[in-house]
Design a protein around this ligand. Structure first.
Ligand SMILES: Cc1ncc(C[n+]2csc(CCOP(=O)(O)OP(=O)(O)O)c2C)c(N)n1
Ligand SMILES: [Mg+2]
Length: 562
C-alpha cells in the first residue's frame, strides 16, 4: 500500500529513491546546481559511496563501466552546461555499448529557464540521439515516478543510458511523496515454437557458428550458453570487445569477430551455413563494415536473438528472429537436446585449433614484444581479473593474445571511445576491490582521461595501468599511411614521462623497454599495493599484431606507383 511520506527536499527524495533501487556507488563531479543532492548524499555516506572525479568524462565512463560490469544502472551526477557536455562521451558509450546508466544533470531553476541562463542547455535536444530517454523532473513529488521509469528503462530490452535533468529550485522544494518500490528486470522469453525452429535449424546444419555479443548478459546466462555450446559442440565466437562472454580457455571458444578478426576465422564465417547470433546487434564492427554477411539476407541461415525487438530485421533479415532476454534465451537453450548425432565435430575442432595457434606470440619490431608480455599476463593473472582498455591500435595486442576468462573480465568500449580504459579500471576496482584490475591504454588514449589517476589514488583503487607508448596517434597514422602514404601529419605526439607523471600523482611508476623487464616490473607494480603506471615503450613500427607500419606504407606507395 502507498503511504504518504513526511516533507522532504527534492534532493532528499531523489537520494531516498536511489537507496530503494539499491544504489551503493555513485560517481560525480560536483556543481552548485545540485548542492541539495550532495547534501542529501552526505546523510547516506555510510551506505552509498560517492566517488568524486576530476572530469565529467571520467565520471561518466566510470558509471558506464559500472553498469556494464554489474548489469545495474551506473549512477553519475554532473553539473549544468559544461559538466553535461563533458559527460556526453560516457553517455554515448553507454548507448552504443548497451550499458545501463543514469546520468543526473543539474539544471537552471524554473524562474530563469529558456533565457539561456548561466550554463543552460535543453538536455532533451542535446542528448536526444544518444539516450533511451531524457527528461526533466519539474515537480519534486514526482521524483519517485521518474526514477522508477529511469531504472526500468535503463535495464529493459536493449539496456542503455537515461538522462534526468534536475532544475535547481525543484531540488530544494519541500514536498511529501508516495512510496516507491525497487525496480525489476523484465525481459521477454523465447516462445516454444521459436525454440523448436532454432533446434531444427541447428540440427540440419553442417557448419554452424555461434556469435555472442551485446549488452544484456549475466553470469548465469553465460553459464547456460556454455552448457548449450557443450551439449551441441558448437564453435562459439564473440563480437567486438565482448570476448568475455565465454571463457576463452573453453574448448568451444574460437575467437573474436571484431575489427581484428583473424583471416582464418573470417574465412570460416563465409563457409558457415548457420549463424546463431545471440545478443549482438550485428553492427558495423561485428560485420566487417557490413561486408562479412550479405545484405540484407545473409547466405548463411541466420538466427538472430536480441533483447530489443527493434534491432531485429533492422539491417540483416534473419531466417528466424527471436526477441528474448539473454538470460531467458540461454536458460531455454540449455534445455534443447539434439535428436540425432551432429556432424560438425571436426569443424568445431578445426576452428578451435586455429584460434589456439593465433595465441602464439609473434615477432615484433623493437626490444619490447607485446605479444610476449600479454602471453605472460595470460598465465600470471588470477582467473577473475578484469582487463580494461580504451581505443587505439595498442588494444589489438591484448584483444588477440589475452584469454578473457569469463563474464565481465573484459571492459572495453565497443563505440571506440578513447580514454575509456583508465576510468573503467577505476570503477572496476572500486566495485570489486579484491579482484586484480589491469588497464591497457595507448599514449594518446591515456592522456584523454589520465587525470582520473588522481581519483584512483584518492580512493585507493590499486589498478595496474599499462601505457603503450609509440609516440603517436598510431591508429590514425596507420590509416594515413594507407590512404596518404608518407604524408605524416597531425598524428605525432610529444609525451610526458609517464612514470614520473604517475609518481607526481602519488602512484607507482616505472618504464619497460625490453620484453624481459615486463614480468618483474609488473610484479613490482602489483606488489606496490597502490595504483601503478607502467610505460611500455614500443617501436612505432609495431603498429598491429599482423603488419608493420613500414610494410603498410610500402604497400600503399607501390599501389600509388602502379
Ligand atoms: C575520443 C576519441 N577521439 C578520437 C578518436 C579517433 N582515434 C581512434 S584511435 C586514435 C589514436 C589512438 O592513439 P593511441 O592511444 O596512442 O593508440 P595507438 O593507436 O597509437 O596504439 C584516435 C585519435 C577516438 N576513437 N576517440
Ligand atoms: Mg600511440
Amino acid at each position: 500500500m502507498n503511504e504518504s511520506m513526511p516533507l522532504k527536499t527534492g534532493g532528499q527524495i531523489l537520494v531516498d529513491c536511489l537507496k530503494i533501487h539499491g544504489v551503493e556507488l555513485a560517481f560525480c563531479v560536483p556543481g552548485e546546481s545540485y548542492l541539495a543532492v550532495l547534501d542529501a548524499l552526505y546523510d547516506v555516506r555510510e551506505q552509498m559511496r560517492l566517488i568524486v572525479c576530476r572530469q565529467e568524462g571520467g565520471a561518466a565512463f566510470m558509471a558506464e563501466a559500472f553498469g556494464k560490469l554489474t548489469g545495474r544502472p551506473g549512477i553519475c551526477f554532473v553539473t549544468r552546461g559544461p559538466g553535461a557536455t563533458n559527460a556526453s562521451i560516457g553517455v554515448h558509450t553507454a548507448f552504443q555499448d548497451s550499458s545501463p546508466m543514469i546520468l543526473f544533470v543539474g539544471q537552471v531553476g524554473g524562474e530563469v529557464v529558456e533565457r539561456e541562463a548561466f550554463q543552460e542547455i535543453d538536455y532533451r535536444r542535446m542528448y536526444g540521439q544518444m539516450t533511451k530517454w531524457v527528461a526533466q523532473i519539474d515537480r519534486a513529488e514526482r521524483i519517485p515516478e521518474y526514477l522508477s521509469h529511469a531504472f526500468h528503462l535503463a535495464v529493459s530490452g536493449r539496456p542503455g543510458p537515461v538522462v534526468l535533468s534536475l532544475p535547481e529550485d525543484m531540488l530544494t522544494t519541500q514536498v511529501s511523496t508516495l512510496e516507491t518500490r525497487r525496480y525489476q528486470r523484465v525481459k521477454p522469453s523465447p516462445g516454444s515454437r521459436d525454440l523448436e525452429r532454432c533446434a531444427q535449424i541447428l540440427q540440419n546444419a553442417l557448419r554452424p557458428l555461434v556469435i555472442l555479443g551485446g549488452g544484456d548478459w549475466t553470469a548465469q546466462a553465460c553459464d547456460n550458453v556454455r552448457a548449450f555450446a557443450e551439449r551441441w559442440n558448437l564453435p562459439v565466437a564473440c563480437s567486438f570487445r565482448r570476448q568475455d562472454l565465454l571463457d576463452n580457455r573453453h574448448r568451444n571458444y574460437v575467437g573474436e569477430i571484431g575489427i581484428a578478426i583473424s583471416p582464418e576465422l573470417k574465412k570460416h564465417v563465409g563457409e558457415a551455413d548457420v549463424i546463431l547470433a545471440l545478443g549482438p546487434r550485428l553492427g558495423e564492427m561485428t560485420t566487417g563494415g557490413y561486408t562479412l554477411f550479405d545484405l540484407p539476407r545473409p547466405r548463411q541461415t541466420l538466427v538472430h536473438v536480441h533483447a530489443a525487438a527493434e534491432e531485429l530485421g533492422r539491417v540483416y533479415q534473419a531466417e528466424l528472429m527471436i526477441n528474448s532476454g539473454m538470460e531467458e534465451f540461454a536458460e531455454a537453450a540449455r534445455g534443447l537436446d539434439p535428436t540425432t548425432d551432429f556432424t560438425w565435430g571436426s569443424w568445431t575442432q578445426l576452428l578451435r585449433r586455429e584460434y589456439l595457434l593465433s595465441l602464439d606470440p609473434v615477432p615484433m619490431p623493437g626490444a619490447l614484444n607485446l605479444s610476449e608480455a600479454v602471453a605472460w599476463l595470460r598465465s600470471r593473472l588470477p582467473a577473475d581479473s578484469i582487463v580494461t582498455n580504451g581505443a587505439g591500435n595498442f588494444s589489438g595486442w591484448v584483444q588477440r593474445f589475452y584469454q578473457y576468462t569469463g563474464f565481465r573480465t573484459q571492459l572495453g568500449p565497443t563505440n571506440g571511445a578513447m580514454g575509456y580504459g583508465v576510468p573503467a579500471a577505476v570503477a572496476a576496482k572500486l566495485a570489486y576491490p579484491d579482484r586484480t584490475v589491469v588497464c591497457f591504454s595507448g599514449d594518446g588514449d591515456f592522456l584523454m582521461t589520465g587525470q582520473e589517476l588522481a581519483t584512483a589514488v584518492q580512493f585507493g583503487a590499486a589498478v595496474v595501468f599499462l601505457v603503450v607508448n609509440n609516440g603517436m596517434y598510431g591508429t590514425i597514422r596507420m590509416h594515413q599511411e594507407r590512404d596518404y602514404p608518407a604524408r605524416t601529419y597531425g598524428t605525432a605526439l610529444c609525451n610526458p614521462d609517464f612514470a614520473q607523471l604517475a609518481r607526481a600523482y602519488g602512484a607507482h611508476g616505472a618504464v619497460v623497454e625490453k620484453t624481459a623487464q615486463f614480468a618483474p616490473a609488473f610484479e613490482e607494480a602489483l606488489a606496490s599495493g597502490s595504483p601503478a603506471v607502467l610505460e611500455l615503450r614500443i617501436d612505432p613500427d609495431a603498429i598491429t599484431t599482423r603488419a608493420s607500419l613500414s610494410a603498410i606504407r610500402e604497400n600503399a606507395l607501390q599501389l600509388t606507383r602502379s
